[in-house]
Design a binder for this molecule. Structure first.
Ligand code: SRM
Ligand code: SF4
Length: 548
């Protein structure tokens, strides 16, 4: 294997704390893009250069440059913000973005279509609202996910705080975000930015952390580089099981790439130990991760190369204590708790279904009016939905009135409410096929098949991505679709319902009619051959992939 560093490695180390020439790029009026090296650096500041792929042909015919704009992703550990922040996001999206709010699969929000000359005002407006996009993308720790619904446990708040603490602990030390986007002319002192964690090379690749509170695995904890599973006994948080090496993406035609679920290393019983271990997992990845081949650079490959036991030994050496044996855990839920729920303190929570995270205009107006009342907080879920939370008994009817006014409650099927798709076209440069624009239509065609077999109440999970990167976590679903080319998908089967078993390739490169024929036949086999209480994922695993 070549030891030559990948080009981005040189860009990172030479970037002067992620500054590069971004300021110069912003002043260049000849293109809507930034300079090529800066394209890699702006990711660390939470944004991606994109162009509208629906308009590429038309613009090329007119010999016009691509219509560049930027996607900005916010850093919101645990996904919770207050009404004031929601109002700010609403205003900013109207003023600078396309107006569309997109809730992501990692519990945060993206704005698309921000033009280069609007980046600074947009980030300044976010900053005024105490929101930022630092490290939302790039080769650093990303948005930390925490089980979204406070109903899951009376200890939700305590566990949620871990998300905040970990996010802060792992932030890059460079102040370049403020220098480039916020304060503009102010120059920060580089000598005060020494970064013992990331040094000047950062990580070899993106890094993801999630915290699950059993019985819910809404965060898909095993899909993360580092997963923490809360262990509660006698209503007290006793610590966390620690899982490492999860990651979903694979690349077509590259057999050295694969999806992997995290491996549980053991249990840690104090906050100090958890924070230390988290930090040192990153330092191991920093020191041992592959910096030549970005396709081999995620922690999952580092661990498989080292071997799990060697990785654990190295980690124990760095943290100075040993893992305790893993505690038992059981996941029995992954979906969001739609509609009204009350927590142990009597506060009300309303979960709004936001299909594939794209907030529709009537939903946006509804949320705006709720935020104006300032009687709730807003929590993004890891399933791309939104919870209006912490509502007092006295204020509940105010939200109910708005729910009625905007006709928020729709008769969506169970399947639709368990569906998830990544962005894909038109903004994602890597998309091979549609996802969020197409899955709703496919679901409408699958619904009659469910009814045909009396399966409409089954909580089957269905997920689609426009390419094998797996942003909609299609590899951990019961019906998984991965785009291979326009209007063509690999059909994945055999995943379990709660994110503990990967699905596998069932049929390659199917058209819509082929997908529907397959599903018809699969549902028929399921109703005729299932064992008592066997759900669809377990049935299809047993039928097609297990030796039994
Ligand atoms: Fe992702 C790249 C969107 C969650 C694996 N992802 C992208 C980019 C930025 C395309 C690009 O590199 O230019 C997509 C931008 C599309 C757009 O127009 O907005 C993109 N990913 C998303 C989001 C918005 C999907 C969504 O519909 O919600 C999710 C944002 C999460 C967030 O808030 O941080 C998103 N991406 C994921 C997940 C799911 C997760 O983390 O739980 C995965 C699979 C898990 C994993 O990391 O293994 C995921 N995205 C990738 C990969 C493959 C990484 C790899 O290991 O090879 C890429 C490509 C890359 O990094 O080179 C990618
Ligand atoms: Fe884009 Fe592929 Fe991620 Fe979908 S899975 S958003 S198509 S990179």
């Amino acid at each position: 294997m070549s030891n030559k560093l990948s080009p981005l490695e040189t860009i990172k180390t030479g970037s002067d704390g992620l500054r590069g020439t971004i300021k110069e790029s912003l002043k260049d009026n000849f293109t809507g893009n930034v300079r090529p090296d800066d394209e890699g650096l702006v990711k660390f500041h939470g944004m991606y250069v994109q162009d509208d792929r629906d308009r590429r042909v038309e613009r090329a015919a007119k010999k016009l440059d691509k219509l560049y704009s930027f996607m900005i992703r916010l850093r919101i550990p645990g996904g919770a913000i207050d009404s004031k922040k929601w109002l700010a996001i609403h205003e900013i999206s109207e003023q600078y973005g396309t107006g569309v709010l997109k809730i992501t699969t990692r519990q945060t929000l993206q704005l698309h279509g921000v033009l280069k000359n609007q980046l600074q005002p947009t980030l300044q407006a976010f900053n005024l609202a105490k929101l930022d996009s630092i490290a939302a993308c790039g080769d650093v720790n990303r948005n930390v996910m925490v089980s979204a619904h406070p109903k899951v446990s009376p200890l939700h708040q305590e566990i949620y705080e871990y998300g905040n603490k970990i996010s802060t602990l792992l932030l890059p030390k460079t102040q370049s975000y403020y220098e480039v986007w916020i304060d503009d002319e102010k120059v920060y002192e580089r000598s005060k930015e020494a970064d013992p964690l990331y040094e000047d090379r950062y990580l070899p690749r993106k890094f993801k952390i999630a915290i699950a509170i059993p019985p819910s695995n809404d965060v898909d904890v095993f899909s993360n580089d580092l997963g923490l599973i809360a262990h509660i006994e006698d209503n007290e948080l006793k610590g966390f099981n620690v899982a490492v090496g999860g990651g979903l993406s694979a690349t077509f035609g590259n057999p050295n790439t694969y999806s992997r679920l995290g491996t549980v290393l053991g249990f840690l019983d104090s906050e100090e130990k958890i924070l230390k271990a988290t930090y040192e997992v990153l330092t191991i990845q920093r020191d041992f991760g592959n910096r030549s081949d970005r396709k081999q650079a995620r922690l999952k490959y580092t661990i498989d190369k080292m071997g799990v036991e060697n990785f654990k030994k190295e980690l124990e050496k760095r943290i100075g204590f040993e893992f305790l044996p893993a505690k038992e855990y059981k996941f029995t839920e992954r979906s969001d708790l739609y509609g009204w729920q009350q927590n142990h303190e009597g506060k009300w929570f309303y979960t709004l279904f936001v299909e594939n995270g794209g907030v529709k205009s009537y939903q946006k107006e509804f949320l705006h009016q709720v935020a104006q009342l300032d009687i709730s907080n807003f929590i993004f879920t890891c399933n791309q939905n939104l919870i209006l939370g912490e509502i007092s008994e006295a204020n509940k009817s105010k939200v109910e009135n708005l729910i009625e006014k905007f006709a928020i409650e729709k008769q969506d099927s169970v399947l639709r409410k368990n569906s998830m798709a990544c962005v894909a076209l038109p903004t994602c440069p890597l998309a091979l096929a549609e996802a969020q624009r197409y899955l709703p239509k496919l679901v409408s065609k699958i619904e009659p098949l469910l009814e045909k077999y009396g399966l409409q109440e089954e909580e089957v999970s269905i997920r689609m991505t426009g390419c094998p990167n797996g942003c909609g976590r299609s590899y951990v679903s019961e019906l998984g679709f991965i785009g291979t080319a326009p209007e063509q998908y690999n059909f994945m089967l055999g995943g379990d319902r709660y994110g503990e078993r990967l699905n596998q390739l069932y049929k390659e490169k199917l058209s819509e009619s082929e997908i529907l024929t397959e599903i018809d036949s699969l549902f028929s086999q399921y109703v005729n051959e299932r064992k008592p209480n066997e759900n669809f994922g377990d049935f299809s695993y047993r039928k097609f992939f297990s030796a039994n």
